[in-house]
Ligand binder design. Structure first.
Ligand SMILES: O=C(CO)[C@H](O)[C@H](O)COP(=O)(O)O
Length: 220
C-alpha cells in the first residue's frame, strides 16, 4: 500500500478485520488512505477509525483497490455476494477499482456454487418484486423468496430503499453463471445481482488454523 491511495471498502463481518488492519498500517506507516464505503455498515465502521479518511465516488470516482468479502468463490473465481444485502453498492465500488481483492474464510472456497451457500441475492425495486419472483422461477427453476427483515415486520429494505430476493437455485443444475447473470440483469425491476462474474483479481482464504491461502494474480 502506498500513500494517498483510494480504497473501496466492502461490507460484512470479514471486512471488519481488513478495516482494522488498514487503520493499523495507516497509523504505523504514517499513510493517508482515502476509503470509499460500499454500505452504511462500512461507513459506520470507517467512522470509528479517525485515521481513515472517508470519501465518495462523487469525489473519487476511481479506486486503486477494492477489498471485500464474499459468500462463495467458485473455481473460476466468480463470487456470490449479497448475504449482507449490500451487493449493489459493492458492485458499483468494485467496478471503480483497478484491483479487486476478496477475503473470505476457507469454507467459502468451492469448486461449484452451492457447496456452502445455496442462494443468489438479487436487489429488486419494491413494486416489481412479485413479477420478478415469478419470472426467476419460470426462467431458472429453484425457489426465489423475498428476504424478510429481522426484528421489523415485512421485507428487508436495502441501503438503497429496495428489497432483496434470495434465489435458492437448483444445486443439481449446471448453470452458466455468466449467462444467468446477464439474463437476470435484463429483467425489469432487478437492480443488481449478487453474481460477481470474473471481477476478483485475488482471493485470500483464511484457514481455521490461522494460515492463509490464495488464488488469483500473484503480482497483487
Ligand atoms: O456481500 C456481502 C454483503 O452484501 C458480504 O461481503 C458477504 O455477505 C460476506 O459477508 P461475511 O464477511 O459477513 O461472511
Amino acid at each position: 500500500m502506498q500513500d494517498n491511495q483510494v480504497v473501496g471498502i466492502g461490507s460484512g463481518s470479514t471486512i471488519e478485520y481488513a478495516i482494522r488492519r488498514l487503520n493499523e498500517r495507516v497509523i504505523n506507516e504514517n499513510l493517508k488512505t482515502i476509503c470509499i464505503p460500499s454500505s452504511y455498515q462500512a461507513l459506520r465502521s470507517l467512522q470509528s477509525f479517525e485515521s481513515l479518511q472517508i470519501s465518495t465516488l462523487d469525489r473519487n470516482p476511481e479506486a486503486y483497490v477494492a477489498i471485500d468479502g464474499a459468500d462463495e468463490v467458485d473455481g473460476d473465481m466468480n463470487l456470490i455476494k449479497g448475504g449482507g444485502g449490500c451487493l449493489t453498492q459493492e458492485k458499483i465500488v468494485i467496478s471503480c477499482a483497478k484491483k479487486v481483492v476478496i477475503i473470505a474464510d476457507y469454507r467459502k472456497d468451492v469448486q461449484k456454487f452451492g457447496q456452502s451457500f445455496n442462494f443468489i441475492p438479487i436487489e429488486v425495486i419494491p413494486m416489481a418484486q412479485r413479477p420478478v419472483l415469478e419470472k426467476i422461477s419460470k426462467m431458472f427453476g429453484g425457489k426465489p423468496v423475498l428476504r424478510e427483515a429481522k426484528q421489523k415486520a415485512g421485507p428487508l429494505v436495502t441501503d438503497n430503499g429496495n428489497f432483496i430476493i434470495d434465489w435458492f437455485f437448483d444445486k443439481d443444475k449446471d448453470y452458466d453463471w455468466n449467462e444467468v447473470n446477464i439474463s437476470l440483469s435484463l429483467i425489469p425491476g432487478i437492480v443488481e445481482t449478487g453474481l460477481f462474474i470474473q471481477t476478483a483479481h485475488k482471493v485470500f482464504f483464511g484457514a481455521a488454523d490461522g494460515n492463509v491461502t490464495s488464488r488469483g494474480n500473484d503480482k497483487l
